[in-house]
Design a protein around this ligand. Sequence first.
Ligand SMILES: [Zn+2]
Length: 65
Amino acid sequence: MARQKQRARCPECDAWVNVKDSVELGDIVTCPECETRLEIVGLNPLELDYADDWEDDDYDDDDDY
Ligand SMILES: [Zn+2]
């Protein structure tokens, strides 16, 4: 059984963003190209939109190594 990866275009930079099979409406994904936070606004077809109602906390847990 081939597992189909879902993907949609980033509205910011037009890159393809892969998402898990199990995503649900309202889930947040991050574009691998421009790091924009995107919200799942449609599932069939998959659609992404800016997730801008997040507070700007500068929450960043990238570890530099
Ligand atoms: Zn992007």
